[in-house]
Design a binder for this molecule. Structure first.
Ligand code: SF4
Length: 340
């Protein structure tokens, strides 16, 4: 983390009604579809008005008693502080929160995307770029009330959205905090920034709560998913279903007159060396299952981190030729809304 980001993070933590000690805070193609003016955003306001949000919170909390929030299906009682593969109890843990200017342009706008980085992760990739947070669990346990205050603080700072980074294992806390934040005046959309190692059940409980889905699709091949992401053989199966469900809920990306995202799907795909991610198959999958106008960010910034050096095929940066091939394939499949 740069010194600038560190200072920003500290500012948010220290200036809210809660306080987290400083040692813990270290821790397009151009968007072209404009929102329909008649639609009310963000959608969660309507769910709260109708009393549906409270029901969802209850349902989600009950999942914690025998946790199957994600496909790991650990069945531990997180309310009793038992931990599954994600190494998390039912108390939400946060590493940092700050306006982020490095996300996709429709999320960042002029005032940034209000990122909240959650600690731990159920997937545990050997090349994780945020391994101190996601694997080692750097961060601080906070109450849902404080998480709500964090969302409000990001909104007050002018952020265009609340960007929930690696949220899957804390969905019950997040939705509970959302309701508290709505009652304090939250009115910017939630971005669900995920692996996306998700179950259909959890995603369906988020229907109408999340306006912008930001899945980062990792592998098409079960063997590679198992080898590089903690035995997650079922990753491709669940991630493909998840992306289709996300699209069903929010559709293609819509932006407002200022070209800021208000609702929709943004897919990320990190191209890995030696086609470990199965980029060719993934782009074909997108072309065959989603509209050609799906917003797609094909990322080239892979660098070996964490344990990647122990795996020869992952122990180098991406070649320029590998990235260009990915772009050519996207073009071949007619995908015409690439991030640039
Ligand atoms: S969220 Fe954590 S405890 Fe629950 S199923 Fe997933 S990895 Fe297991």
């Amino acid at each position: 983390m740069t010194r600038r980001l560190f200072l920003r993070n500290s500012l948010i933590f220290a200036s809210s009604s809660f306080f987290i000690s400083s040692e813990h805070s270290r821790a397009s193609s151009k968007a072209s579809l404009v929102e329909k003016e008649t639609r009310k955003y963000p959608s969660y306001l309507e769910l709260e008005e109708k009393g549906i949000l409270s029901q969802r919170i209850e349902e989600l909390n009950s999942i914690y008693e025998s946790c199957h929030l994600c496909p790991r299906n650990c069945r531990v009682n997180r309310i009793k502080d038992e931990k599954g593969k994600c190494n998390s109890t039912a108390k939400v843990k946060v590493s940092s929160a700050f306006p982020h200017f490095g996300e996709e342009a429709p999320l960042v706008g002029k005032r940034g995307s209000g990122t909240i980085f959650f600690s731990n992760c159920g997937l545990r990739c050997v090349f994780c770029q945020n391994w101190k947070i996601n694997i080692e669990g750097e961060g601080v346990e906070i109450s849902d009330e404080r998480l709500a205050d964090m969302m409000i603080r990001l909104q007050k700072m002018g952020c265009h959205n609340v960007n929930l980074v690696t949220p899957s294992h804390y969905v019950p806390n997040i939705v509970n905090a959302l309701q508290k934040a709505i009652r304090k005046g939250l009115h910017i959309p939630l971005v669900y920034n995920t692996a996306p190692y998700e179950t259909l059940e959890t995603l369906q409980l988020l229907d109408g709560i999340i306006d912008i889905y930001l899945p980062d699709f990792k592998f098409m091949d079960p063997e590679n998913a198992a080898k590089y992401s903690g035995e997650a053989y079922n990753y491709p199966y669940f991630a493909k279903i998840a992306i289709k469900e996300m699209h069903r809920q929010v559709g293609v990306l819509q932006v407002n007159r200022q070209r800021i995202a208000v609702r929709g799907l943004i897919i990320r795909h990190l191209v890995l060396p030696n086609n470990i991610a199965g980029t060719d198959k993934f782009l074909k999958f997108v072309a065959e299952n989603l509209p050609k106008t799906t917003y797609l960010n094909i990322m080239r910034q892979y660098r070996p981190e964490y344990k990647a050096f122990e795996y020869p095929k992952l122990s180098r940066r991406l070649k320029r030729s590998e990235y260009i091939k990915a772009l050519q394939l996207a073009n071949k499949y007619g995908l015409n809304r690439l991030d640039s």
